[in-house]
Design a protein around this ligand. Structure first.
Ligand SMILES: [Zn+2]
Length: 506
């Protein structure tokens, strides 16, 4: 924020009261101030009570504040503050981290600055209740009843129905595999480990310093967030997408550079395409991504197949299942209905208080879903990235010889490389770097470059479909904590395929 005129419009009324300083607005001003203070207290009570009701306890609680920007104009002062909160949920091994971006408005009264208002970016509670008439005890009671209803629904879940749905899903998946020219299966661990690598996890005055801006755009701004862009990146990593700017710009798989058919509204924008400097809505917007998933099921050519399920406010995630939750995406109510995307990094069950997520906007790592969000949600579980490109003429499927990459008839290239991603590792810990190709190739080479730009090249493998080497990272100091691994496979017919991935140290 550069100056007061750049402030969010929603506070215009408040600002004119404070800055104008007209005698007859003093009473209005005092009333507003009182209401704002009460709202902040109510919000704290609400989340504390709901957290307790969900049986969530936090230890090692630590809060740090970083002032981003401060502007003083007459009797009004506006300060942007970054609140970095780290803690452990009791019984959870990994630490949790939450970062909130607040704008604090202070007014000078009787020679002293007092807090008049706090606005928190991306906050659904503010969006829902601020400047409205509500009764706190009723809000809390209603939410407790909803949580009870979730437990009752979970206990009475129709297992036969869930099994039938699972069977139907398997049948669809079998059909896709049978009809696809090539299929990449979703690696859910790679998806959440990518999310873990690129979510903010230490107190830092630069809120987005963990973002993958070397390859993708950061869409967070005064009015926008980066949540679905980040979820799309995690999905891309889950389908073995290479962490390479050139490959992303070129629209390399797993990206859908076609999207909706040309004659449809906004077709150009509905590609699931991560290319920076241009904005493709299916990649960056929750609602467009959901539309894309719906459309993708009936599309042909390259596409992403995901199972999408609406979860009502009074339901848990029984119909998704614990194992399926990991690495999946959940859309929750943010400042817009179902407008916020989170990536599930852990699940110990299907109840909302057994699900942990990581996200951008606000920056969140290993936070409990029930601790932050409620209401209706949508579960999106990526399953395949595939295409059904047919071979030449009457040949339905391509033909490849053992170590070759290209179809012997049409030249279709099949090779891709799947790494085993790592969640951030403590420096001086020996890790195993592993990558696999989807068929036997002539050679696989691997190298790792540390944050100082020093590269170690490992001995390569021949006539195989995997490479695995041990490595001990010794450098780690954020932001210079990112290691880059490059894997190059050469097929029998001399097609070179390169894949890049990263891991972070602490
Ligand atoms: Zn072919």
């Amino acid at each position: 924020m550069e100056e007061i005129s750049a402030m969010d419009n929603s506070n215009d009324e408040f600002r004119s009261d404070a800055v104008g300083g007209q005698a007859n607005s003093a009473a209005v001003m005092a009333e507003k101030l009182k209401k704002n203070m009460q709202f902040m207290k109510d919000k704290a009570v609400y989340f504390s009570e709901i957290r307790q009701y969900n049986g969530l306890q936090r230890t090692n609680f630590k809060v740090e504040y970083a002032v981003q920007n401060a502007v003083v104009q007459g009797n009004l002062s506006v300060i942007d503050i970054l609140e970095n909160i780290s803690f452990h949920y009791v019984g959870v091994k990994d630490p949790s981290f939450s970062q909130e971006e607040h704008t604090v408005y202070l007014v000078k009264a009787g020679g002293e600055w007092i807090v008049a208002n706090i606005e928190t970016k991306y906050d659904w509670f503010d969006e829902e209740y601020k400047d409205t008439t509500y009764k706190l005890s009723s809000l809390i009671e209603a939410e407790k009843q909803t949580i009870q209803a979730q437990a009752v629904n979970s206990a009475n879940v129709n297992l036969a129905e869930i099994e039938a749905a699972a069977e139907e899903e398997s049948a669809t998946e079998a059909e896709i595999i049978a009809n696809a020219a090539y299929v990449r299966s979703y690696n859910k661990d790679n998806a959440w480990k990518y999310a873990y690598t690129y979510t903010t996890s230490t107190a830092t005055s630069n809120p987005n310093s963990y973002y993958n801006e070397a390859v993708f755009n950061d869409y967070s701004g005064p009015k926008a967030g980066d949540c679905m862009n980040f979820a799309s990146q995690s999905i891309y990593a889950g389908f073995a997408g290479s962490n390479s700017l050139d490959q992303v710009k070129a629209g390399a798989a797993p990206q859908d550079t076609v999207g909706l058919e040309k004659n449809q509204t906004n077709a150009e924008k509905t590609k699931w395409f991560g290319r920076p400097s241009e904005t493709y809505w299916a990649w960056t917007s929750c609602s467009y991504f959901r539309n894309y998933i719906d459309y993708s099921a009936s599309d042909d050519g390259t596409r992403l197949y995901a199972v999408k399920k609406s979860i009502s406010a009074s339901s848990d995630f029984s119909e998704v299942g614990t194992a399926n939750l990991i690495g999946s995406i959940i859309h929750v109510n943010g400042t817009a209905t179902l407008g916020h995307a989170v990536v599930v990094n852990a699940a110990t069950g299907t109840a909302r208080n057994q699900i942990y997520y990581s996200a951008h906007s606000p920056n969140s790592k290993n936070l409990n879903l029930a601790d932050k969000y409620s209401g209706a949600m949508v579960s999106i579980r990526p399953v395949f990235f595939y295409d059904i490109t047919a071979c030449t003429g009457t040949y339905a499927s391509h033909t490849f010889s053992e170590t070759n990459s290209k179809c012997t008839r049409c030249g279709y290239v099949r090779t891709y490389i799947t790494p085993t991603l790592l969640s951030p590792v403590e420096k001086n810990t020996t890790v195993t770097l592993t990558a696999k190709t989807n068929h036997t190739v002539s050679s696989i080479a691997m190298s790792v470059t540390n944050p100082k730009g020093e590269t170690k090249t490992f001995t390569s493998e021949t006539n195989t479909n995997s490479i695995s080497r041990t490595y001990t990272p010794t450098v780690a100091s954020h932001p210079d904590d990112l290691y880059t691994v490059t894997v190059t496979a050469v097929s029998g017919d001399d097609v070179t395929t390169t894949s890049i991935w990263t891991f972070r140290t602490y």
